[in-house]
Design a protein around this ligand. Structure first.
Ligand code: GRF
Length: 215
């Protein structure tokens, strides 16, 4: 893929990962255009960030839909109009149903704050501390029909130091998220990363459990 990537971003909250992607585009490191930002939460700060950068944005509130399927169907219609290469989940706090996932095979990417398959779901920092883990990290993966379970593209690790609290881990995790997410998108754009079925190929190597990235 040598052309600029076109992206849809789905978020529910602060949107610092979205911001990192915008910054990377602005610096010329990531050759991409964000076509649309969609939130299910009208108060998401990520929507304000999109407005500030003049990026098309809208809230589609799941509370206005009878069920997951009709909500996801609306998302499909809107995203289809934008003709994007990838749908980038950046703190989108909703599970996408199988219709949505099957509609966009290998086109939905998520970032998760743990070293998957460890700790899918919420409260990952808390679980790391409770289990006295010595390492923690983030994972970027393709989205399949399970919870945080799709093929892993890449991950980064951090050490967990004694006395660290959830807040400390959150800050450290954000820092590496803001590096790895734009980096992986840019490797897709450069054609370094390709996918076939559930196989991930990066620089001519096939990865079963993802590639480790370092800053
Ligand atoms: C990140 O930690 C990401 O891994 C998870 O949700 C959080 C979103 O943070 N999926 P932000 O809204 O991008 O600041």
């Amino acid at each position: 893929m040598n052309k600029n990537l076109s992206l849809a971003i789905l978020l529910s909250g602060n949107g610092s990962n979205f911001q990192a992607i915008v910054d990377s585009i602005d610096k010329g490191q990531l050759k991409a255009a964000i076509k649309i930002v969609i939130s299910n939460n009208k108060n998401a700060f990520g929507l304000k960030r999109a407005k500030k950068h003049n990026i098309k944005n809208l809230c589609i509130d799941h509370k206005n839909f009878a069920d997951r399927e009709s909500y996801d169907q609306r998302l499909i219609e809107i995203i289809e109009q934008e003709k994007v290469d990838f749908i980038v989940l950046a703190g989108f706090m909703r599970i996408l149903g199988s219709n949505f996932v099957r509609h966009f095979p290998n086109k939905i990417i998520n970032i998760h704050p743990s070293l998957l398959p460890k700790y899918p779901g919420l409260n990952t920092h808390k679980k790391v501390l409770e289990n006295k883990d010595k390492e923690h990290g983030v994972t970027v993966h393709l989205v399949d029909e399970g919870l945080d379970s799709g093929p892993i593209i890449g991950f980064m690790k951090i050490n967990v130091e004694d006395e660290e609290k959830e807040n400390d881990l959150e800050n450290k995790i954000h820092k590496i998220e803001h590096y790895i997410y734009p980096k992986i998108l840019s490797e897709f754009q450069e054609g370094k990363i390709t996918t076939a079925g559930n196989k991930i190929r990066i620089d001519d190597v096939f990865y079963k459990d993802g590639k480790e990235y370092f800053i």
